[in-house]
Design a protein around this ligand. Structure first.
Ligand SMILES: *Cc1c(COP(=O)(O)O)cnc(C)c1O
Length: 494
């Protein structure tokens, strides 16, 4: 069909062809199946190696390696594993190729590239078939210019918040879980008897993500939750998604110990972040940050840390961008911990000489209430390699910082509050300069934490001044009472 536009004003002799796009047959998964398999997918590969080998720079030479199709969580000596990519194969295609490829996939619906994670598939799990992928088009979260918070509260011009909590289950755990559950989906196809269910211990967000992705794929899931230590929203998520929810009378560290024993002796696959597959998904948030700044690197990235897999995942994402030439430097990383669960902070203060687990005390930042972080070695590598810093925030500091941010249009979870409180301290000490481009990673949606935010604004948290409390004002159904209340708040109004 051709449309002659020559009779329209201002359009001389132009003929515009407006072919209707041809509708492709089948659903998007079937369409992906018919497409030639990822043109270059078979050229790349990834495998497990001991994390120690990566840390010592001998990853490629390590003789201890495992296929990603094996069910293995630990190296022979009991250490962590790492997913290692064939960087030489990836480097054959220059930075322009990768930038253009990744940019071309943003915001599309073609399977599976509508996902921010799988739009980077060659850098995540290159050998996984598109058919095996379990995705809800996670990632691609907005990078928010925190204009008023930066200017008015922190004296900064270039402050950004990466809104990773604007995601399917309301936290950035979706990024890693799509990768883990996709690989599990493949394993179950290859060896159905080997993986009959997937389990995790959780401070809330991991279980929400695991149960949602398993439900999307029809895979049974089991979650171990510390009784009375997670928010109501986090508890109802796995319940709604049909997981077996075990509420156990212990803390996160206790749940973790139990799930390790259970997965060691049954065909239940371990989904905790000890499992290095999840970090491959989490790292894409760092790649996305570079991409959103048109492949430029911010000066600082501040991440709340508990089990400490994520501080390393962000490091790994930035490092891949650097090593493959997409960017020209690394940011400085800041790990922000709750003072009530601060073993990394304490080790940092001692110059990394000595690490000792702590008994984590209750914190509103419940997802990082972890005293014995499984990824401690990963975190120390990430921080020492980036001239990184560890900061801490008390309960009052983290709730005030979250609430201060909310007053500029955000709706922060307490973990984001920990990161914002850390930023405040680093600004006050002059470590971060007014013009430094700084990204705060917001890790969960504030709506998951409505209970504690309501308690803050009601002034109901014992011992907390709640500087930014803004409780609702009860008024009679009466015009003058309503006007009095308005004038009390806005004293300049007549
Ligand atoms: C998991 C989580 C974190 C911390 O990530 P770690 O890898 O455990 O350090 C921070 N915030 C939220 C909301 C989380 O769910």
């Amino acid at each position: 069909m051709g449309v002659d536009l020559s009779s329209r004003p201002g359009v001389a002799h132009a003929t515009l062809s407006v072919e209707a796009p041809k509708a492709e047959a089948g659903d998007i998964r079937e369409q992906a199946h018919r497409r030639a398999p990822l043109e270059k997918g078979h050229l790349f590969n990834a495998r497990y190696v001991p994390f120690q080998a990566v840390a010592s720079g001998s990853g490629r030479a390590s003789e201890e390696t495992y296929s990603l199709d094996e069910v293995v969580y630990r190296s022979r000596d009991g250490g962590l594993l790492d997913v290692e990519h064939d960087m030489e194969a990836l480097a054959i295609y220059g930075p322009e190729y990768w930038r253009a490829l990744f940019d071309s996939r943003i915001g599309r619906t073609s399977w599976p590239f509508g996902s921010g994670v799988w739009s980077k598939k060659e850098w995540v799990l290159p050998q996984l078939g598109d058919d095996d992928i379990v995705s809800m088009f996670e990632g691609n979260s907005n990078l928010f210019w925190a204009e008023r918070l930066g200017r008015e509260a922190l004296g900064m011009r270039d402050l950004w918040v990466k809104q990773c909590g604007n995601s399917h289950t309301g936290s950035f755990k979706d990024l890693g879980m799509t990768v883990l559950v996709s690989q599990v989906n493949r394993l179950r196809r290859l060896r159905p008897e080997a993986v009959q269910a997937v389990g995790c211990a959780s401070t809330g967000d991991t279980s929400a993500a695991l149960s949602a992705y398993c439900a999307a794929a029809g895979i049974p899931s089991i979650v171990f939750l510390p009784a009375d230590k997670i928010s109501l929203a986090q508890l109802v998520q796995p319940i709604a998604n049909g997981a077996l929810v075990l509420s156990i009378d212990t803390d996160f560290d206790g749940c973790m110990k139990l799930i390790k024993d259970v997965t060691a002796e049954s065909p239940i696959y371990l989904a905790n972040s000890m499992n290095s597959l999840r970090l491959e998904g989490q790292k894409t948030a760092a790649i996305e940050i570079c991409q959103q700044f048109d492949w430029a690197v911010p000066d600082w990235v501040i991440i709340p840390g508990g089990n400490l897999g994520n501080i390393y995942a962000f490091y790994k994402g930035f490092k891949m961008c650097l090593d493959l030439g997409l960017v020209d430097r690394m940011p400085r990383l800041v790990c922000a911990q709750a003072a009530n669960a601060n073993p990394l902070y304490q080790a940092y203060k001692k110059g990394w000489e000595h690490f000792e687990p702590v008994k984590a005390k209750t914190t509103f930042a419940s997802a990082i209430q972890i005293g014995d972080p499984v990824s401690i070695d990963r975190a120390i590598l990430a921080l020492t390699a980036t001239d990184g810093i560890v900061e801490e925030a008390t309960e009052e500091e983290l709730m005030d910082a979250a609430a201060r941010g909310d007053l500029t249009g955000m709706f922060n979870c307490p973990h984001t509050g920990v990161a914002l409180a850390a930023l405040t301290k680093l600004r006050e000490r002059g470590v971060i300069a007014p013009s430094d481009r700084t990204v705060v990673v917001s890790t969960a949606h504030g709506l998951k934490f409505a209970q504690s935010k309501v308690a803050y604004h009601a002034g109901e948290i014992p011992g907390m001044a709640a500087t930014h409390a803004n409780p609702p004002v009860p008024v009679r159904e009466d015009l003058s009472a309503v006007m009095d209340a308005i004038r009390t708040k806005f004293s300049s109004m007549r």
